[in-house]
Design a protein around this ligand. Sequence first.
Ligand SMILES: Nc1ncnc2c1ncn2[C@@H]1O[C@H](COP(=O)(O)OP(=O)(O)OP(=O)(O)O)[C@@H](O)[C@H]1O
Length: 284
Amino acid sequence: MNNNYENALQVLNLSKKFNEFQLDDVSFNLPVGYIMGLVGKNGAGKTTIINLILDLIKKDSGVINVFDENTEGKSEFKDEIATVFDDTFFSSDWTAIDIEKAIGPFYSKWDSNTFHSYLKQFSLSSKKKVKELSKGMKMKMMLAVALSHNAKLLILDEPTSGLDPVARDELMDILLDYMESGEASVLFSTHITDDLEKIADYITLMKDGKVFYTGPKDDLVESYFVVQGKISEIYPEFENLVIGLRKTSTGFSCLMNIKDIAALKTNMITEKATIDDILIYINK
Ligand SMILES: Nc1ncnc2c1ncn2[C@@H]1O[C@H](COP(=O)(O)OP(=O)(O)OP(=O)(O)O)[C@@H](O)[C@H]1O
């Protein structure tokens, strides 16, 4: 692996066509030492992107660089990536000891001491079988495995779906600990955007297989406002400036880009949008 890299992950013009879905010309860049949230509604293409990065499915076109090296035709890069999915691929009868025996040998830099210290830190018994673990415990078991082979890029696909707020918050703390070395980077796919508001530095927002936004999270949330007002305040050109106009009997709400706010003719109520607001309005 190249030791002098700037980006943990670069995705350039990535495309993949399924029968009824097209991942279209997706590009984004995750610099080393940062957390990127990959966001989009169900079916927007998040898992497809992750599967393409991990070479679990074949791309039609595009380039994927991990630590500034093209992954095309190579498999060594997989050793450098830790993965956590929304469900385990462990056999239900395995204990943590069985998991280590089965999975450890696949990684050249497996570190048994680290694995056992994570088991302790996450209060995971090494004797309990996978089928006896709660959803939150399973996620922690996957994380313990993922963080025990010295990988510098962690990819999580919907790790928080089905977790209660306490377990989600614990995951955020674990990720922030993992980031402390300054060398680790995280790509985190989710539709629970609260998690990202707390920890993400960058956001890639997917809509219907295309990138709607990629860049710093702060730039995204500072670029959009939720606008509310009375139906009588809507004028024809206004409808062309807004995203996802929602009308009710009493009023309206919509999303607006900050560059268009100055063009408003009346004094409407504007409020900074959350990532969730942006996700909801762009999909209306
Ligand atoms: N192997 C496949 N063959 C055909 N279509 C597929 C395949 N895998 C995914 N798709 C389609 O690609 C689209 C995007 O799916 P994907 O799983 O990437 O979305 P997602 O953003 O991860 O959604 P979710 O949040 O629901 O997990 C969907 O319409 C899905 O049906």
